[in-house]
Design a protein around this ligand. Structure first.
Ligand code: GDP
Length: 536
């Protein structure tokens, strides 16, 4: 196969363009247990970012330095990693953004996907497409994020290969091009056949890392495993080569087609192929939409947006880290950026890079990179940083909560403190806070239950505020807006106790249930009810 990447990566025009062109910023999407953590470890090993597999999900001692609210995640057996892991491989810089892997969905997961240029979809070969994979895939599709597929756990009993590909095509409406093809399955899994070169890479044949597949004659397979029916395999490989669509870079980049790799993360098999594919095909940092114009990645002036905030990552520092994705230009340590929301300068004196569990001061970073910016609450999710230009990136969303609760304070004297704490937690994106216009106590909204546990633990640990959550009369929240300011005012006046302000002061309609929401919506002519809000 010709090196498709060469066609698209013409010689960069400047040193900045060269740095940008070699970056790949991606996330892994999968259903819990499909092997995301194992694959992450192996990817990091390739890049030499860590030298001890197992660090990513390290339990026990290593984790004792973590803050209390992370303890909840730990107790629930959730893999908590830093939000971004950077490693180099084959001349490219890979930024792997972690999507939290717990049972509950959180908004962080969605928002992280606004900061990547591509995604690896990990599928358990015995299970195929599972619910979470599908949900995350839909988020990727909304943003036309190209997907590379890794079918994992080939060393175990797996489903028929054609069947798996068919399922991807049908349930996700996504074309597939297998780049490799499994030879034998389950206990008799021998390795993969490289469709482009016709070589076979053996599971136990060394060379598992990278490089050309060993060329083994199919007839020789029988000598390696007597259980294999060589004629059947020959037929299957011929059929696979013939029947599958050729890989088309453009269709992949547009999100219509996924290249598929087979392997076993546990056995570190096929991971090199995947990484090579990602380097070759996945797009370098894409242009980003702002309120004024499209910002190209290789523009010289630095721009970035904050997609995630994490507090108290290191209890010794009690800091908040804002994770910012660079959209253009180069960030240099010590530079003064402008925080567009407030118009104020924001010195970037100690931006940080993350390598598995370590962090280091970043002296420079380029479009596509993610840096952690320590701050004491100045930065919020959705904030844009620039070198002076007043552009604001769009598309870092808030999602209508699926669970709404009223916060009950056990000590009524602390109401003011609670108000402050909730304000901070909502700015950080831990939960959404809605303040009813009629003055009733604040409500919190979350997308997943875990967010409530985290809120409770953090209010207790950081603010000494023991709270409980009460089911309240409202179950749903929708942002409301109208082209006609008057109409909105009339609606708000008529629905007094069912309208609240969010953290930015934007109005939200609270409904008891779907029926009531539908009923109100039908009668509210000229009012738009929205379940997603672009953070401005
Ligand atoms: P995550 O929940 O997606 O992060 O999944 P993990 O990486 O924690 O893997 C879930 C389980 O599957 C663990 O017990 C892994 O050891 C196992 N596992 C992961 N990859 C493979 C694989 O390629 N083959 C086999 N047999 N087991 C695997």
């Amino acid at each position: 196969m010709p090196d498709l990447a060469l066609k698209t990566e013409s010689t960069p025009a400047s040193p900045l363009a060269a740095e940008v062109a070699r970056r790949r910023t991606f996330a892994i999407i999968s259903h819990p247990d499909a092997g995301k953590t194992t694959l992450t470890e192996k990817l990091l090993l390739f890049g030499g970012a860590i030298n001890l597999a197992g660090q990513v999900k390290a339990k026990g001692e290593r984790r004792n330095t973590r803050s209390d609210w992370m303890k909840i995640e730990r107790d629930r057996g959730i893999s908590v990693v830093t939000s971004v892991m950077t490693f180099e491989f084959d001349g490219r810089v890979f930024n792997l953004l972690d999507t939290p892997g717990h049972e509950d969905f959180s908004e962080d997961t969605y928002r992280t996907l606004t900061a990547v240029d591509s995604a690896v979809m990990v599928i358990d070969a015995a299970k195929g497409i599972e619910a979470r994979t599908r949900k995350l895939f839909e988020v990727c599709r909304l943003r036309d994020i190209p997907i590379v597929t890794f079918i994992n756990k080939m060393d175990r009993e797996s489903r028929d290969t054609f069947d798996l590909l068919d399922e991807i095509e049908k349930t996700l409406a996504l074309d597939t091009t297998p780049m490799t093809w499994p030879v034998g399955r389950g206990r008799d899994f021998l390795g993969t056949y490289d469709i482009a070169t016709g070589g076979i890479r053996l599971l136990d044949g060394g060379g598992a890392k990278t490089g050309a597949a060993e060329r083994i004659d199919i007839a020789d397979l029988a000598t390696r495993n007597a259980n294999l029916n060589v004629d059947e395999i020959r037929e299957e490989l011929a059929l696979a080569t013939e029947a599958c669509k050729p890989f088309e870079l453009e269709a992949f980049r547009e999100g219509h087609l996924t290249p598929v790799y087979f392997g076993s993360a546990l056995r570190n098999f096929g991971v090199g192929d995947l990484l090579e594919g990602l380097g070759k095909f996945a797009p370098p940092p894409r242009a980003q939409e702002s309120n004024l114009r499209k910002v190209e990645a290789d523009e010289p002036r630095m721009t970035a947006f904050v997609f995630k905030i994490q507090a108290n990552m290191d209890p010794n520092h009690r800091d908040r880290i804002a994770f910012a994705r660079l959209c253009s230009g180069k960030l240099t340590r010590g530079m003064k950026a402008k925080l567009v929301r407030t118009g104020k300068p924001m010195p970037l004196s100690s931006p940080q890079f993350f390598f598995a569990q370590d962090r280091a001061i970043a002296d420079e970073a380029f479009a596509g990179d993610v840096v952690g910016i320590p701050n004491h609450g100045t930065l919020r999710i959705g904030d844009t940083l620039t070198e002076g230009e007043d552009v604001t990136f769009v598309g870092v969303p808030s999602f209508a909560p699926e669970i709404v609760r009223r916060v009950r304070l056990t000590d009524a004297m602390k109401a003011k403190k609670l108000k402050e704490a909730l304000q901070q937690m909502s700015e950080e994106g831990v939960v959404q806070v809605f303040r009813p216009r009629d003055g009733a106590p604040a409500l919190v909204g979350v997308v997943g239950m875990l967010q409530l546990d985290v809120l409770k633990a953090r209010l207790d640990a950081e603010y000494s505020l023991p709270v409980d959550f009460e089911v309240c009369e409202f179950q749903l929240a929708r942002w409301i807006s109208s082209d006609d300011r008057k109409k909105l005012d009339v609606f708000i006046a008529a629905n007094g106790s069912g309208v609240a302000d969010d953290v930015d002061g934007d109005p939200v309609f609270l409904a008891k249930n779907e029926f009531y929401l539908g009923y109100t919506r039908e009668r509210a002519e000229g009012i738009v009810f929205s379940s997603v809000k672009d953070v401005k």
